[in-house]
Design a binder for this molecule. Structure first.
Ligand code: URA
Length: 207
């Protein structure tokens, strides 16, 4: 399975701030936006674009405009912290939502919400879920996207664990994963170690 390890120094700068337990929610949100912009740029390097000619104040200039259909799907709730960044880059993107709740004891994901745009077959689908831990919720969300007709799906994650990568590879070997880092592993509560804690709680100040 193609895993794209994004090495850009600005990505890793933002990641270090996100990991720091003393980073308050307002800075955490800003860094989540910054890193998501950079990761989304990487995940859309090959976006289809058509040739155009525009008039500069000095005359015609040829250029390229993006013309592929992109659908962004945040996995609720943590994925919402990445959505505005992706829409900033691709304002024409359609947006779907998948709500998955992780049982605190078993870490098993169950669906509580799903609203996806129609006709995903010809779209590039960017699934955004910051923490790829066990891979259980990622696989559940990818199954839903496949069932809805998506063919070309890319995942953008801020921190990944080997277990999550392996589970996605097993169930969805054609999905490309864009992530800056694959951490050591998971603790007994299925949190990524060293990770950054509970992304949703740190984003919204709910812990
Ligand atoms: N979800 C999180 O927010 N953090 C983890 O470490 C794992 C899953």
């Amino acid at each position: 399975m193609p895993v794209h390890l994004v090495e850009h120094p600005l990505v890793h700068d933002a990641l270090a701030i996100l990991r720091d337990a003393s980073t308050p929610p307002e800075i955490f949100r800003r860094m989540a936006v910054r890193i998501s912009l950079l990761l989304a740029a990487e995940a859309t390097r090959d976006l289809p674009a058509g040739n155009v000619t525009v008039e500069t104040p000095l005359g015609p200039a040829s250029g390229r405009r993006v013309d592929g259909d992109v659908v962004v799907v945040p996995v609720l709730r943590a994925g919402l912290g990445m959505l505005d960044a992706v829409l900033e880059l691709i304002p024409s993107a359609r947006v779907g939502h998948i709500g998955l709740q992780r049982d605190e004891m078993t870490a098993i994901a169950s669906k509580y919400y799903s609203k996806l745009p129609s006709s995903l077959g010809g779209s590039i689908v960017l699934m955004i879920d910051p923490m790829l831990a066990t891979g259980g919720s990622a696989v559940a969300a990818l199954d839903m996207l496949r069932d809805a007709g998506a063919h070309e799906v890319r995942m953008i994650c801020i921190v990944s664990a080997p277990d999550g990568i392996a589970l996605v590879e097993q169930h969805h070997p054609d999905v490309h994963i864009y992530t800056p880092v694959i951490d050591r592993g998971l603790n007994d509560h299925k949190f990524i170690v060293p990770g950054l804690g509970d992304f949703g709680d740190r984003l919204y100040g709910t812990h």
